[in-house]
Design a protein around this ligand. Structure first.
Ligand code: ADE
Ligand code: ZN
Ligand code: ZN
Length: 260
């Protein structure tokens, strides 16, 4: 191969790497949330879910929402994973996106599951999607600003390699921690019944606000171009854990309510 060809290929490859946005809470993150939820289901909910999923766990199906992104047939769901609106506005104060968003996605899934007339296939599809979306809602950068696509356009480095703020929160910190979802779920902070109940309080609108408040802080947690390393994870890891745990507890609340 000529040198010129090699150079062009190398440049193409590098661009490819820097533009490819993962854009999802890592598989491990989603599974951890699914696992926490699984541990907090009522007996009735567990039975109803088992029937629909043929015994598959919530952890297993939690990545479904991202898995189907590879199929063009599901393109219409691509905006369901996040919601972007100004940090100084409330979700309910802004015009809803015509493409849908994570809040509408969750509400749609719940409605399908509650409707006796829904087909079994639809119930299975929207149950899997619901598990995924409640996880996404708790990745704070999924409730971000439109102008930077929830931090996707905020370039930073992760251990010297090009990345962005969104990806640091989607996957870098969780992947660097290098634990399985079962290990993560088993080692989350111990909470009393009362603390769990407090986390499960409120509605999807409250939870969106909470993620947004957190996102606002995260936008100020980095300088553009900064090389994030151990120190960043050290500061923010407990927040990652809390988000995974809250997502799981709240998913259980939603599912217990659906399969009542
Ligand atoms: N694309 C545009 N905004 C996004 C966000 N907040 N999260 C994930 N993907 C996005
Ligand atoms: Zn993401
Ligand atoms: Zn997603």
């Amino acid at each position: 191969m000529k040198m010129k060809t090699i150079t062009i290929l190398a440049i193409f490859f590098m661009l490819q790497c820097s533009f490819a946005n993962d854009m999802f809470w890592s598989k491990t993150g989603h599974r951890t949330t699914g696992e926490v939820a699984q541990q907090h289901l009522t007996r009735k909910a567990k039975r109803g879910i088992d029937k629909l999923l043929n015994g598959q766990s919530l952890a297993l199906v939690s990545t479904f929402g991202d898995d189907i992104k590879a199929d063009a047939a599901y393109k219409k769901f691509s905006a369901w994973h996040y919601v972007n609106f100004p940090l100084d506005k409330k979700y309910t104060d802004v015009e809803p996106s015509e493409y849908g968003d994570v809040v509408m996605g969750i509400q749609h899934c719940v409605a399908i599951l509650k409707d006796e007339k829904s087909s079994r296939a639809d119930k299975v599809f929207y149950l899997k999607f619901l598990v995924h979306l409640v996880g996404d809602l708790h990745q704070p950068m999924h409730v971000g600003r439109k102008e930077d696509k929830g931090g996707n356009d905020i370039q930073v480095q992760w251990f010297g390699k090009g990345s962005n703020l969104h990806r640091v929160w989607d996957s870098h910190m969780i992947d660097a921690y290098n634990m399985s979802y079962t290990e993560l779920a088993a080692n989350l902070p111990r909470l009393s019944k009362k603390q769990k109940k407090a986390i499960q309080q409120g509605t999807v609108y409250d939870w969106v606000e909470e993620s947004q408040d957190l996102a606002a802080k995260l936008y100020t947690s980095v300088e553009v171009g900064e090389n994030l390393r151990y120190r960043y994870s050290y500061v923010w890891w407990s927040t990652v854990e809390k988000q995974l745990q809250k997502g799981g507890l709240r998913l259980a609340k939603v599912l217990n309510e659906v399969f009542k």
